[in-house]
Design a protein around this ligand. Structure first.
Ligand SMILES: [Zn+2]
Ligand SMILES: [Zn+2]
Length: 253
């Protein structure tokens, strides 16, 4: 086993130690006195939970859309995943929380967002008892990016979900083998090419049904590539669980 396998566990222990020593007292969004999961009541009220959405890609749909109806993009070209579950729209204060996590080292935001995802997923999964994924696979970072950041935000968000739903986390079977450019720096066409063959996976027990976890889904090209990579490795039913869904920008798809 290389150090790469132990690092996530060490980072998590370190983060747990820091949390134990410095419990949060202020709302992570506005600084007022927080309750529960680290948000003050008004900020919690303002959270942009996703309403009606396409079951395949979680694109927001009109509130009166019939349940199960696909968006126009998925009707033309269905994504490789069986379904996509997003907890939030990618709007404030979720945008600020995710950016603080990714670019300012605010690891606490991962626990908060992961717990909010876990609460929502637990409710959704009640109607699917016996049909839960057997593994959670956070979208891996290339080892160079992970070294720079010190942690993988998708893995940190997946921890509370794994704990609450009792699903094991797998952060070893799927690797990012190409250090690709940031998707946010590229136009839509370049995004698809940028992530092609960027991941490698090997089959393991649990791959019969799994859920890929990530922070934000925009065009979905990275997630689709991870799903295809897992399917090439023999995965069966692959779901996508993301914290936030950004609406498609003009010219996408
Ligand atoms: Zn607040
Ligand atoms: Zn769709």
């Amino acid at each position: 086993m290389s150090l790469r396998h132990y690092l996530p566990a060490l980072q998590s222990r370190f983060a747990a130690g820091v949390r134990a020593l410095c419990p949060p007292v202020a709302c992570v969004s506005c600084g007022a006195t927080a309750e529960g999961a680290g948000l003050c009541p008004p900020c919690r009220e303002d959270l942009p939970f996703l309403g009606a959405a396409c079951p395949a890609c979680a694109l927001p749909l009109a509130a009166d859309a019939a349940p199960g109806v696909l968006c126009g993009v998925c009707r033309r070209r269905p994504p490789p995943q069986a379904c996509t579950v997003a907890t939030f729209l990618y709007e404030e204060p979720v945008v600020g929380l995710i950016q603080g996590l990714k670019f300012q080292g605010r690891l606490l935001h991962a626990r908060l967002l992961g717990e909010l995802m876990a609460e929502r997923l637990q409710v959704l999964m009640q109607s699917r008892a016996g049909d839960l994924p057997r593994l959670l696979v956070p979208v891996p970072l290339h080892r160079r990016r992970q070294r720079e950041r010190g942690y993988n935000q998708a893995l940190e968000m997946a921890r509370p979900i794994a704990a609450r739903l009792g699903i094991p986390l797998d952060y070893g079977s799927c690797r990012r083998v190409l250090a690709t450019a940031r998707q946010s720096d590229l136009d839509v066409k370049a995004r698809r090419a940028n992530v092609r063959r960027a991941f490698r996976a090997r089959w393991r027990p649990g791959f019969e049904h799994l859920a890929v976890v990530d922070d934000v889904m925009t065009t979905g090209h990275t997630l689709a590539e991870v799903v295809r990579c897992l399917q090439r490795a023999g995965a069966g039913r692959v779901e996508v669980w993301v914290c936030a869904r950004a609406p498609l920008r003009e010219g996408d798809c």
